[in-house]
Design a protein around this ligand. Structure first.
Ligand code: NCD
Length: 326
């Protein structure tokens, strides 16, 4: 099987050497070339075709919060492209942050160590603060209850694969819409790309006003607290866990923690073409028996994290290896 690498993809220019801090302002013109490249990488990953280049570039993962999928999929993506990886897991304890060093000071140093930095941090705005002094692109892999823009790319890629188009899809976002950063990054893109969104949450966990206010066509979002009422009308159900670590008042958490639980029997009332997504990890909002249903897409969605992040790293670092397997 031959692999041809073709350089210079002008359509990727919007990503080159850019920070990825938020999904604000993203368009399909920006997303689609990335998704096309991700599709090609996905075929290569599945067929175990080596797409690594001889680049000497390096990527740093700087994680102050726990992560399985996001950190490992970024690192796996980098390895597959031949990018060297520096890992700072548990950065709050293992880096000079524990001595009181600011993100701004850390930002000034990072360009000497890596060509792109992927940060996860418990504080809203942390990635932006790091980027304010950094000389290299910063990727936000989750800033507190703020955003998680690369998860939104993975989610949209998964929907594009499943449905071909996003326009007109009826999408239910369910769970902790207040604290779920994946929701905040995804919601505005669903609205911008023509989906009809139902926000399913208890009133305490509704989408925050700061997020809603930045969505031009927010009137297209309907609020609902009962999952079963809307389930039959949905094309996509995006479940999220109740984010225990973000609650100031544990009594509120105790009150809402079991708000939703999707079980396989509930899917009898859902459409055949429903697709169920979840950024994972799950707690108890999706019962394990749902995994047996072909409409459950969350493990495929999770696996898509690797090719999507390969495409993103390629685009940011200018590797732009168009892969033609044949
Ligand atoms: C999410 C996150 O960290 O925001 N997970 C992920 O990155 N795939 C979702 C969550 O923690 O609930």
């Amino acid at each position: 099987m031959g692999v041809a690498l073709v350089r210079d993809e002008p359509t990727m220019e919007g990503w080159f050497q850019s920070n990825v801090l938020s999904s604000i302002g993203w368009t399909l013109d920006k997303g689609n070339p990335l998704f096309d490249l991700a599709s090609e990488y996905k075929k290569c990953v599945q067929q175990r075709i080596d797409v690594s280049s001889k680049t000497r570039l390096s990527a740093m993962t700087l994680f102050y919060e726990p992560s399985t999928r996001t950190r490992l999929s970024f690192e796996s993506a980098a390895h597959k492209l031949g990018i060297r990886v520096l890992t700072v897991a548990d950065a709050g304890a293992s880096s000079s942050a524990s001595k009181g060093e600011t993100l701004e000071d850390m930002g000034k140093l990072l360009g000497s160590y890596a060509d792109v930095v992927i940060i996860r941090h418990p504080e809203l705005g942390a990635a932006r603060r790091l980027s304010s002094t950094a000389q290299v692109p910063i990727i936000n892999a989750g800033d507190g209850a703020g955003e998680h823009p690369t998860q939104a790319l993975v989610d949209l890629f998964t929907l594009r694969e499943a449905f071909g188009t996003l326009k007109g899809l009826k999408v239910g976002l369910c769970g902790d819409l207040l604290n779920g950063r994946t929701i905040h990054s995804l919601l505005r893109l669903l609205c911008a790309f023509g989906c009809e969104v139902t926000a399913i949450s208890p009133p305490e966990l509704a989408i925050p006003n700061e997020v809603l206010q930045r969505i031009p066509n927010r009137d297209a979002i309907h609020a609902e607290s009962d999952l079963h009422t809307v389930l039959p009308s949905l094309d996509v159900l995006y479940m999220t866990r109740i984010q225990k670590e973000r609650f100031y008042d544990i009594d509120v958490y105790e009150r809402v923690k079991h708000s939703y639980r999707l079980e396989r029997k509930d899917l009898e009332e859902a459409s055949d073409h429903l697709r169920i997504l979840h950024p994972l990890p799950r707690v108890d909002e999706v019962a394990p028996d749902v995994d047996q249903d072909s409409r459950a897409l969350y493990f495929i969605q999770s696996a898509n994290g690797v090719p999507v992040r390969m495409a993103l790293l390629s685009a940011i670092l200018g590797l732009q290896n168009r892969v033609h397997a044949g």
